[in-house]
Every structure is written in C-alpha cells, then in structure tokens.
Design a protein around this ligand. Structure first.
Ligand SMILES: [Zn+2]
Ligand SMILES: [Zn+2]
Length: 338
C-alpha cells in the first residue's frame, strides 16, 4: 500500500499523516453536536476499546477464580493470574513485534521514524538493546505490578471492601460505566503523566519510559516500577466507584493491553495489498518525539486547555517551537527584586 497517498515523508525519512489530529473529542462540544459524536463513536469503540472490553469479559468468565477462592490470598490463584497476564502480554505484544519489527512485513511503510531500533544498538539501554530492556521491564515489573493490583482488587470485592453491583440489578449504570472506562483511564493517565514530568520525578522515574524516543511495541510497558504502580492504580478508582469486577478488569486491560497503540511506531497496519487499519498511534508518538506535547490522546480535553496539544502538522510544529521559545525566555528573564 502506498503510504505517500496518506501522508508525507521529509528528507530525513520521517513520515507524517496528512490528516491533523483532533485535540478535543466532540463529546465536549457546546452546544452539543450529536451528529459529530455519532461519526466519532466508531473511532472511539473500534478496534481497541471493543477488543479490550471483550478480553475483560472473557477473562472474568474463564480466568478469574470464584469469589470463595479470592476471599483469601493464596499463591495458587495469584500465580495463575500472573501466568495468564504474562502469556496474554507475550502473545498480544509479541504478535505486533513479530509482524512489524521482526518480519518487517510492511517494511517502513506508515512508519513515523524510518529507523528500526534493532538496527542501531544503543548504550542507553540494558545490554545495548531497546527491545531487550523493554521486554525485561515489562515482565519483571509491569506484569507483576498489574497482577498485584488485580489481586488486591479481587480480594477487596470478595470481602465487601469494594462496592460490587450485579449486572441484573444495575444493567444501565454498569453499561454506562463500561463505556466510560477509557475516559476514566485517560483522566487518570493524564494526571499521573503530568506528575511524572515534574523534573525530579522525570529524572528518576519517567525518563526510563522516554528512553524509547523511537518507540516500538515493547516500549509500551517499559517503565520504572514507580510508574507501573501509578499507571495500574487506575483500578483503585473502583474502590470508590460502585461497579463490578468485570469493569475493574476492563480498566486493567485498557491500561495493560491498551498501552500498545501509542507505541507501535506505525500509523497503520497493512492488511493485504489495499487495506490498512488505523493504529491510533500518532498522538503518543509525538509525545515520545517532543516530550512536552500530548500528555493525553485527546479523549480528555486537557492538552487543548493547557496549550500542550500538537496536531501533528507543520503548523503544530511551529506553535510548539513558539511555546518552547516563550518558556525559555521566561526562564531567562530575572525576577524583579522586592
Ligand atoms: Zn509512551
Ligand atoms: Zn511522558
């Protein structure tokens, strides 16, 4: 498939889509714009949020042990969940890594940065390899923290600590909540993300994730353990929001599996000769490239409100540079003596 029909490549080989990113989802428009919302809904639901909701339903039915078992924390079921989460991540992340980065099935078509991390060993990373460090951080810290928070929450539900509503009694509220899980995720992620960009936390915590300036699938959960704890603590909101273990699992799957879309490094994945699926990767790719833009992906309007939104166009570059210059100028201007 011809990627230049959908975007442009500069002389350094960096590709950008023709279509600018939208900074604010139409759900916030005033006065309300129902037609725009209807047109936006498929993009919101497909493919990712529907996929993660479906994985949460199947996981809750077939993997999560019965309530009597999770009432008491025991190694057997904890290790079972850890193994299932590790296998799930290995298969899901591994499939994209295999297709896009090992087989290079579509070579560099739709790839934002023309370089493949494996082609240039980098001493910043353990063993000089971005992929190796990212895989190790994912399985040594990411999946265990995810599982620990999941275990804690299941235990809390089973012991009456987390408010548990049944689907039969509260179908509408739970359906609405299911729809809102990605919005809650985005609000939580935006807040913790701004927090870990505070210089001292950035240096000790978040810089680990940003070492992947040219991200690939395994970069998704390559984080410092403190960031893993903050990131997966999105499930703790369900200690106060009356809901259901399935919805809490959806929140964890949205965080755990949902980290990958922003880190593909590709805008689209080709499916055959003439078809390609949009991967929704560009907003977060720009965050990895420029650091101080797109802390979220536009589902919450915070970046647009606080002036950190980058729409991916040349005009977006210009506005960003202007903002960086202003910041630099402010730092240089001495404060008046009192
Ligand atoms: Zn990232
Ligand atoms: Zn960041």
């Amino acid at each position: 498939m011809e990627d230049l029909a959908h975007g442009t490549r500069d002389k350094r080989g960096h590709w950008r889509p023709n279509k600018p990113l939208v900074g604010v989802a139409p759900i916030y428009a005033l006065p309300p714009q129902p037609l725009k919302v209807l047109r936006w809904l498929p993009e919101y639901l497909f493919p990712w949020n529907t996929l993660f909701a479906l994985s949460a339903v199947l996981y809750t039915i077939f993997i999560v042990p019965p309530v009597e078992t999770v009432q008491v924390v025991a190694w057997g079921w904890v290790l079972w969940l850890l193994a299932c989460n590790a296998i799930g991540v290995f298969l899901f992340y591994g499939a994209f890594e295999l297709r896009l980065y090992l087989q290079r099935a579509q070579q560099g078509r739709f790839k934002y940065n023309p370089a493949f991390p494996a082609d240039s060993p980098n001493k910043t990373f353990w063993f000089g390899s971005q992929t190796r460090e990212c895989i190790l951080r994912t399985f040594l810290s990411g999946v265990p923290v995810w599982t620990a928070i999941e275990v804690g929450m299941l235990w809390a539900y089973a012991n009456g600590i987390a408010p548990w509503l049944g689907w039969a009694d509260h179908p509408i509220w739970l359906a609405v909540l299911m729809f809102l899980v990605p919005v809650i995720h985005e609000a939580h992620f935006y807040c913790i993300h701004r927090l870990i960009h505070v210089p001292v936390l950035y240096k000790w915590v978040h810089s680990v994730h940003h070492n992947s300036v040219n991200p690939s699938p395994w970069s998704s959960l390559s984080m410092h353990t403190v960031e893993h704890i903050l990131y997966f603590s999105v499930a703790l909101w369900y200690l106060i929001i009356p809901s259901n273990p399935m919805i809490m699992v959806f929140a964890l799957h949205r965080a755990g599996y949902g980290a990958i879309p922003g880190h593909f490094g590709f805008d689209k994945m080709e499916l055959g000769r003439d078809r390609a699926v949009d991967l929704h990767a560009y907003a977060h790719y720009l965050h990895h490239k420029y650091f101080e833009v797109n802390y979220g992906d536009g589902l919450m309007p915070f970046d647009a409100l606080f002036g950190t939104f980058h729409d991916g166009t040349a005009e977006g570059d210009r506005l960003m540079q202007e903002r960086f210059q202003q910041k630099k100028q402010q730092r240089k201007t001495p404060t008046a003596p009192i």
